[in-house]
Design a protein around this ligand. Structure first.
Ligand code: HEM
Length: 422
């Protein structure tokens, strides 16, 4: 690993101030040091790797040397959720939760996804300016809770909104990174409300023994109950799926609106295509490009159990290792004009080298909801573009590193229902 000259520290600081996000300094490190470096913060010195070779090692060939379970608020909150645990325990939960997310099941969710989208959109007044970051979150929450737990949360949104935002803030990067045991007041009550809400859903399903025979397809909650998991373990899986399954989709939808707002020509071509055709190839390309430029999960977090070697250096056991999806997606050695929004780079027939496009991770622990999340984005965006006009209000947007990469301060759009469509 190259040593880090002091001038680089200054360049990193300038990038931090200019981009208002740690992504700036990460790009500076990547540019000047390469695909393997260590973040030089006092008390927090994770290694960062990126690029296809490193991704393949971390996600596939040498994943056995790495643990998902870490010491951080994500682990504290999600406890024994499928995203946290390792080994056989992980494989067991994952196998239980895969059936309702299998691509063959996805068409069954389409009507529900449209219904939930329309419920949110129908609250908009013509000419009103709405924040598509907020509206996307409402849509994504309604969809995930209905799809996985058959729970209609429409009436409960006011009650669970703040607790969910608090849970997300709890696991977002913050001062705890440098001071692991920093007091964190203001979360307990909200996290308890969220837990109570989930335990209540579990209890009422347990009480309703008829339900599994009434439904044609058992939902994810039913799979967990039928497998005999305890309430605590079911809570861990539900909270994991609730957070991982909606905060990501929220970011994807909101970033897509942001990028379309910033590129009005693409926006109008896309809208015309979506109105004219049942299936829009450009919509797929726009979603892919949005996931490339602003991958909602921009970094994968591991603890090194056994020393792991990369071409540029080694990471000893006990250290924290990040594989950077964001830096892989912005690597000029892989992508032409990596910082430009260019959906046609994903046009039919064009291939990206393996492990260079990893918005859903890769290998056996790739995102369990990858197909669901992409189908959801297609359905929600197509419905909104067909039925509403969106006018971007041209305000500056920057990426904020929360639990996901979020467009801040939001994506303000003036909305109007279309009179005629199709
Ligand atoms: C557009 C949306 C989404 C994106 C960009 C995304 C991204 C990712 C990424 C990058 C990983 C792997 C992280 C790593 O290697 O450390 C992951 C894992 C995961 N995602 Fe997603 N995700 C999305 C949607 C969803 C949805 C809809 C669900 C649930 C229905 C979900 C549930 C999970 C779970 C449970 C894991 C952990 C899997 C395991 O460790 O076996 N995600 N996601």
């Amino acid at each position: 690993m190259k040593s880090i000259p002091p001038s680089l520290g200054r360049a990193a600081l300038r990038a931090l101030l200019k981009e208002r996000s740690p992504l700036g300094p990460l790009k500076v490190m990547a540019k000047h040091v390469g695909r393997f470096f260590q973040i030089p913060l006092p008390g927090f010195r994770p290694y960062v790797v990126f690029g296809p070779e490193a991704n393949r090692k971390v996600l596939v060939t040498e994943r056995g040397k790495l643990l998902w379970r870490n010491t951080d608020p994500v682990t504290d909150l999600l406890r024994r959720g499928v995203l946290i645990v390792d080994g056989e325990e992980h494989d067991r939960y994952r196998a239980l939760m895969e059936p309702p997310l299998h691509p063959s099941q996805l068409p069954a969710y389409t009507d529900m996804m449209i219904r939930q989208t329309e419920r949110v959109a129908s609250t908009w007044q013509d000419g009103q300016i709405v924040d598509m970051l907020v509206e996307s979150r409402k849509i994504a929450l309604l969809i995930i809770m209905q799809a996985l737990f058959s729970k209609d949360v429409w009436d409960d949104l006011p009650r669970i909104w703040d607790p969910i935002l608090k849970a997300i803030a709890y696991i977002s990067p913050g001062a705890w990174i440098l001071w692991r045991n920093i007091p964190r007041p203001g979360y307990k009550k909200h996290l308890q409300t969220l837990d109570d809400y989930l335990y209540q859903i579990i209890a009422s399903r347990r009480a309703n023994v008829e339900r599994s025979t009434l439904d044609v397809q058992p939902d994810l909650l039913q799979h967990l109950l039928d497998a005999g998991l305890t309430d605590d373990l079911i809570r861990d899986q539900m909270l994991t799926m609730l957070i991982a399954g909606h905060d990501t989709s929220t970011a994807l939808l909101a970033w897509t609106f942001a990028l379309l707002g910033e590129h009005p020509e693409v926006f109008s071509t896309l809208t015309a295509e979506v109105i004219a055709r049942e299936k829009s190839p450009l919509l797929d390309q726009v979603i892919k490009e949005s996931l490339r430029l602003y991958p909602p999960i921009h970094i994968g977090n591991r603890r090194v159990a056994e020393e792991i070697h990369f071409d540029e250096g080694s990471v000893p056991a006990g250290e924290r290792l990040f594989y950077s999806i964001y830096l892989t997606h912005r690597d000029p050695e892989i992508w032409e004009n990596p910082d430009s929004f260019c959906p046609e780079r994903f046009a039919h027939g064009r291939k990206t080298p393996p492990m260079s496009y990893v918005p859903f991770g890769g290998g056996p622990r790739a995102c369990i909801g990858a197909a669901f999340g992409q189908a959801e984005a297609r359905v929600v965006l197509a419905h909104l573009l067909r039925n509403y006009q969106f006018q971007f209000t041209n305000h500056p947007i920057h990426p904020h590193m929360g639990a996901t990469l979020e467009p801040r301060p939001g994506v303000m759009m003036r909305v109007k229902r279309r009179q005629v469509h199709r």
